[in-house]
Design a protein around this ligand. Structure first.
Ligand SMILES: [Zn+2]
Length: 399
């Protein structure tokens, strides 16, 4: 049985925090016909109430009514696509920032082997290998991403990680990025990870920083895929419970990067002084942001609006920020594999970026974390158009 809260030791009682209402189980583009058939055949549900609880002790939010993980894994395995940095489908700014911190803070003279759990297309492993060719890198990834990694000759197993995946092997560095927040049983995965670490191994973790979203009233992080929402303080709790020591930590600011080591001595270390959870004003901030968006877009008709970015962010824009879309709303994405698919039950198909289609359009809404990259691409079009960005701050830009 999984714990009631993050902490295994303290007896905390997470409280109701927010109810976003019905939200899609699959927050990515799909071929509606095939997807609906699959859902029906398997008796799955398409939407569920997205509700979160908060724990003031663990400084952490938790998904309340989870989707059965077997169902979620099935849907993901069958339908989910993510752009690949190895195939140059995205500029991996988030991954490069992680690599910068990794190379600066980890002593690679002591690292002979690396394991990345949830390595997707193997971009991080590839970069480590490029810099240190003698290091043996291994990975583990259940999605299609594993096939991409294999094409680049990376040793990546296409499966979910557990203590049997790399049985009897120890790694000097274990990496877990944007994965821990998806895993139901944190205790189990951390126990399994520890088994694959040496006494002096590093354990590098990256997760979204819930405090960033709470402080700014931003909603794109929330979905059924994310069961846990951590703050820096939550890693204090995790470290204490699972006997890790925090070696280095960073807020990027929208993500948390933690470098942990196994704790050997129980010498009293100065306890980390992490900030509180910015949860007090969250509801009023959301209201403020939603009103701001509503005010901005009220000046345009739906056939004048373009959404640029057709992933989970766009789903959050529609379902959580309540940006109305109609069959006339144009949806652009750079990723070829999304073209012709749709978001939710809308009839508006995702299109390839095409300047001609922008002719009568007056507002582009950037529904992506990569606002500055997309803004550059829009500027290259040389067209007078208004742009609304949501991340990291909601604002209207006239071009
Ligand atoms: Zn708690």
């Amino acid at each position: 049985m999984a714990n009631k809260c993050l902490s295994a030791s303290s007896n905390c009682k997470p409280k109701d925090f927010i109810d976003f209402g019905l939200f899609p189980v699959a927050n990515f583009p799909t071929d509606q016909k095939i997807f609906n058939k699959y859902i029906k055949k398997n008796n799955f549900i398409k939407k569920k109430r997205l509700k979160l609880k908060i724990c003031s002790k663990c400084k952490y939010l938790k998904l309340e009514n989870k989707v059965n993980s077997r169902i979620l894994d099935n849907i993901y395995e069958k339908f989910y696509k993510y752009p690949s940095a190895m195939l140059s489908q995205i500029v991996p700014t988030r991954d490069d920032l992680f690599l910068e911190k990794l190379f600066k803070n980890v002593n690679f003279r002591r690292v002979k082997s690396v394991l990345e759990i949830g390595c997707y297309d193997g971009y991080i492993l590839h970069k480590i290998k490029q810099k240190f060719p003698k290091i043996i890198v291994s990975g583990c990834e259940p999605s299609q991403g594993a096939n991409i990694a294999k094409k680049f000759n990376l040793n990546v197993k296409k499966k979910f990680f557990n203590d049997k995946t790399f049985k009897n092997q120890k790694f000097d560095l274990v990496i877990l990025r944007h994965t821990l927040e998806h895993i139901q049983n944190i205790k189990k995965i951390l126990t399994d990870i520890k088994k694959s670490m040496n006494e002096n191994s590093y354990f590098a973790v990256e997760v979204p920083n819930v405090n960033f979203y709470l402080q700014k009233g931003l909603l794109e992080v929330f979905s059924f895929q994310h069961i846990h929402y951590f703050s820096s303080k939550s890693f204090d709790v995790i470290s204490k419970d699972h006997n890790f020591s925090i070696f280095k930590n960073f807020e990027t600011p929208e993500n948390l990067i933690f470098f942990l080591k196994k704790k050997h001595d129980y010498k009293k270390k100065k306890s980390s002084n992490f900030v509180k959870l910015y949860s007090n004003k969250f509801l009023s901030k959301i209201k403020e942001n939603t009103l701001k968006i509503k005010k901005y877009i009220s000046k345009y008709n739906s056939d004048e609006i373009v959404l640029w970015g057709a992933g989970g962010f766009a789903i959050a824009a529609i379902c959580l920020y309540k940006i109305p879309i109609t069959p006339k709303t144009l949806i652009f994405d750079k990723d070829q594999s999304k073209h012709g698919l749709t978001l939710l039950d809308t009839r508006s198909k995702i299109m390839k970026i095409d300047n001609k289609l922008l002719k009568n359009r007056k507002l582009i809404i950037i529904t992506s974390y990569y606002s500055s990259q997309i803004l550059k691409e829009i500027k290259k079009i040389h067209k007078r158009i208004d742009v609304m960005q949501i991340f990291p701050k909601i604002k209207l830009i006239k071009i």
